[in-house]
Design a protein around this ligand. Sequence first.
Ligand code: SAH
Ligand code: SF4
Length: 393
Amino acid sequence: MNGLPHPDLLPPAGEHPEGHKGDAAAARCPGRVNLLDFDLKGLTDYFESIGEKPFRAKQVLRWLHQYGAENFEQMTDLAKGLRAKLAEVAEIRPPKLIAEQASEDGTRKFLLEVGPGNRVETVFIPEDTRGTLCVSTQVGCALECSFCSTGRQGFNRNLSVAEIIGQLWWANKALGRDPKGERIISNVVLMGMGEPLLNFDNTVTAISIMLDDHAYGLSRRRVTVSTSGVVPAMDRLAAQMPVALALSLHAPNDALRDELVPINRKYPLAVLLAACRRYLTVAPRDFITMEYVMLDGVNDRPEHAKQLIELVRDVPCKFNLIPFNPFPNSGYRRSPPDAVRRFTALLAAAGIVTTTRKTRGDDIDAACGQLAGEVEDKTRRTLKRIDIGQEAA
Ligand code: SAH
Ligand code: SF4
């Protein structure tokens, strides 16, 4: 692909209620309520607040997410009067899709603009038995993990619900269903840009839309939140929306994790693993996925594997070893295949299921930690270090 918008992805010209030449995303209508910001409960409350029957919410949610409606005229089973009223007070405003790229291995990347100077990327990864969409939750990230290019770019802002679910909305429109009528996107991982648990409310509302049978109907085990370990928010997620959990562990001891994943200074390993055990009592899967980026000579030695085995003794988990994806001036190198094999063998010998993530979409910079997007950094990272304590509160 040439990086230009795929014609099939753009709304048909002239279909937007305001006649914005088919560019639904560009149509920012101040004062109007964006219906893509609502889950079923929010939409039900909204309909009540404008004097409409609450059951309309289910109907509209289906139009928005199952049929990808871009304007109210398309909602043909709503009375004309209601459609006209909605066009007055509400809007359907996904983020603006500015480019789509396809990799040779089938990976597809969607570039979305979320306000001037800010872009996020969404990546679809097809596999034999599933199709996974990797979704972003923030523009940039405040947590400064030392090996992550998003962390290096700084933090700008949280994505809104519409901007998070809008990634699935666009990708679902582009990918659709297979010949048997099954959705091509069968799984969602919140592993793109940002720390989902530091944008908690919007992330949970977006997940509620992913799970809703009137919208995307995904099961809890097919939606995975990846966190660097924001412990209080892990407990809130367990209470409100216990989907599958992946933990970015990356180090077997506090000294090393403090360096690689600085939020560890606030929530050290003992506290973090206790939170994992609590999470497992409500999780939809009976294990937690431990993500572990393999950094040559840093965290990939046999003694690190041995420490890990001790560390997770009481926490049912699987390990996913991630080949480090280099970026300019990262200061790290990818572990050589031998080191990865040796590490895998040690964990496996201790009975821990261990997989190595295949790097996908390398040719279009769609691999983990390469989701650079474009971030207008509000933390002025080069001038001051952020106070993680504050960010994580
Ligand atoms: N903030 C969340 C989710 C986004 S990061 C988290 O940290 O879990 C998604 C995954 O990509 C994390 O496991 C993260 O550690 C990993 N990652 C970040 N930079 C990477 C890089 N350069 N190479 C490989 N994996 C990386
Ligand atoms: Fe943020 Fe995750 Fe990157 Fe750490 S790895 S800086 S938490 S996006």
